[in-house]
Design a protein around this ligand. Structure first.
Ligand SMILES: Cc1ncc(COP(=O)(O)O)c(C=O)c1O
Length: 311
């Protein structure tokens, strides 16, 4: 069976990455594992542009997304909703029994910084979730503008999903002052699915320590305790961690600026291809005049037109 994947993810995995997974198994409490984990940390921190720890979770992104809300919301979370994944985050927050408010934008619209400010000013929320790049509509919100608003509310912990933008466009966690950034393995990192990365600030960890019912598998306090020993709380998916090592070494060799430029070039090629075939971007046209980031730089397609073509 041969596949050529043109979906946001999982994307094709290189032979090099697949081969990296085919290594002898090691114990997750062994010195070899500690060396693997600790060796990855500085490289992952560079990708997140942070000094905060980066936890490795054996789960797809949703595990960490649900976990972040369970760990960090004490009173009420504000879910910024502008597409299928961000809408679902609100549902997930309610399902785990948290108070959750909805800041809704029309699908195809980015999250509006002014609306975020207005809602946070009510003082009702201690946590915010938002998705940098809403994969379902190919809409990228302006993370710098949103982070600037979030910094006006220092008691509010920010949780940002970068599943379909991480390592494709620059995201400077510490400079932006974002508490928690989550990503998955099967999109720009081009790894098989099943791994999620979570970078958590000290502020967020302090919050988590005071939250009850964090559960176990995604407990940030457990992650931190184990992280300090170069380990994960439970037996992780070790072959995927071998693959992650291979991938971050590849990215290091390419260098981030070259990688970002390559993604931008591919994005422009894809946009030009779509335009030539008569497709229009799904996000509303007026965003073009606001900033490039209002369009998705990693994904963009008019799902309606594409579906009609495929039928
Ligand atoms: C923006 C975004 N968030 C969350 C998810 C959920 O990821 P997963 O299904 O890997 O848990 C996806 C997956 O496509 C996504 O694109």
């Amino acid at each position: 069976m041969s596949y050529k994947l043109f979906i946001p993810g999982p994307i094709a995995v290189s032979t090099k990455t697949l081969q990296a997974m085919a290594q002898p198994m090691i114990g997750h409490r062994s010195t070899d594992f500690v060396a693997l984990y600790n060796g990855l940390q500085p490289k992952l921190q560079t990708l997140f542009a942070t000094k905060d720890p980066v936890y490795i979770s054996t789960s797809s992104a949703w595990g960490s997304m649900e976990g972040a809300v369970r760990n960090l919301t004490k009173t009420k979370v504000l879910n910024c909703m502008n597409g299928a994944f961000s809408d679902k985050w609100n549902d997930v927050a309610l399902r785990v029994g948290k108070g959750a408010g909805a800041l809704k934008s029309e699908w195809g619209q980015p999250v509006d910084p002014a609306a975020l400010r207005k809602e946070l000013a009510t003082g009702a929320y201690d946590t915010v979730t938002l998705i940098h790049n809403e994969t379902s509509t190919g809409t990228m919100s302006d993370l710098s503008a949103l982070a600037a608003v979030l910094r006006e509310f220092p008691d509010v912990i920010s949780i940002v999903d970068t599943v379909s933008s991480f390592s494709a466009v620059p995201i400077e966690k510490d400079a932006l002052g974002i508490d928690v950034i989550i990503t998955g393995s099967q999109k720009a990192l081009a790894l098989p699915p099943g791994l999620s990365l979570i970078s958590v600030s000290k502020r967020a960890l302090d919050r988590a320590a005071g939250v009850t019912q964090r559960g176990y598998y995604f407990d940030f306090v457990e992650f931190q305790k184990n992280h300090e020993q170069g380990m994960t709380p439970s037996t992780p998916v070790i072959p995927l961690i071998y693959a992650l090592k291979s991938k971050v070494e590849e990215i290091e060799a390419e260098t981030l600026p070259v990688r970002y430029a390559r993604h931008l070039r591919l994005n422009e090629t894809m946009r030009a291809w779509g335009a030539a075939k008569g497709f229009t971007l799904f996000p509303a046209k007026e965003f073009g005049s606001r900033s490039l980031n209002c369009f998705s730089n990693t994904l963009n397609y008019d799902l309606g037109a594409l579906n009609k073509t495929l039928k």
